[in-house]
Design a protein around this ligand. Sequence first.
Ligand SMILES: [Zn+2]
Length: 215
Amino acid sequence: MVRRHQMLTVGVDGVAVERRLAAGGLSCPGCAGVLAGWGYARERGVRGWEGAVRVCPRRSRCRGCGVTHVLLPVVVLLRRADTAGVIGAALVAKAAGAGYRRIAVELGRPVETVRGWLRRFGARLEAVRRVFTVLVRSLGTDPVMPPPTGGRWGDAVGAITAAAWAATVRFVMVVPVWALAAAVSGGRLLAPGWPPDAGNSGQHELPLTGGGRGL
Ligand SMILES: [Zn+2]
C-alpha cells in the first residue's frame, strides 16, 4: 500500500536535517530513492513541558518514486497536540498504577485528552512490547532484556525504555526514550496503522543527529 503522503521521523535539529537533505543523505522508506526538499508542511503548535512549541515540519519528495514525505521531528507524534515526552510521562505513570484523572492533574492536561492517550496505547500493549523487544535484541550483542513486570502496561513501557537504553549504549549517545518511541513508530505511536500486523516494524530512523548508523 502506498500513501501519497508518508511520514518519516527525523532529528529535532532542523539545520542537520537541511544538511542531510542537501547532501542526499535521507532516503525514501518506500523505494530507497534520494529525498529532496519539497517545501514545508503546515505549521502546528504542540504543547511541551514549558508551554507551546511551534513546529513547522519540512516536506520532502522522493526523486525515485515521487512520493512526498513529511519529515516529522521526533518530539512530535502524529495527530497529537502534546509532545512525545509529555505523552510518554502519562504512559509511564499509568504503568506505575496511576489512573487517568490523577495523571491529568499532574500533567496539567484535560482528563479526556489523557484518557484518549491511555485508551489508544492500552489497545496495543502487546504489539508495542513485541516491536521494542525485537529492537532491543537487534541493537545489542548482549542485550539486556526487560524483566517481566507482571503487568501488560509495565511490560510495554519497559520494552520501550530498554530499547532506548540499548540504543544509548550502542551509539554511545543519549537516545531519549520517547524520541525513540516516536522514531520507531514513524510518529504513529498513538495513531492508526501502527504497529504493522505482519511482524515487520517498517523502516525507521533512530533519533540520531550525529554520524551514527541508522537501522
Ligand atoms: Zn521513493
